[in-house]
Design a protein around this ligand. Structure first.
Ligand SMILES: [Zn+2]
Length: 79
């Protein structure tokens, strides 16, 4: 099953930047060229939902949501 190139042209990331998406034929996914989110294609239908998207590992640069709790202090030796 392949995605219609014309459909791909009008598809965009549902995030505020609305960047174009890259179609991965093998994985059957769409990858945002801006934020790198990976959207699944189910039964030939792109699922362009932020909730369904897989975020790229270590590529979270929109501050706020999803911050990790591991705080490391490089020079905390005065205790
Ligand atoms: Zn995006």
């Amino acid at each position: 099953m392949s995605l219609d190139p014309q459909l791909l042209e009008i598809l965009a990331c549902p995030d505020t930047h609305h960047a174009p998406l890259t179609y991965d034929v093998d994985a059957q996914t769409l990858t945002c060229t801006e934020c790198g989110r990976i959207f699944p294609i189910r039964d030939g239908i792109p699922v362009l939902l932020l909730d369904e998207a897989v975020r790229p590992a270590g590529g979270a640069d929109d501050g706020g949501a999803g911050e990790r709790g591991g705080v490391s202090q490089p020079s905390g030796a005065d205790a």
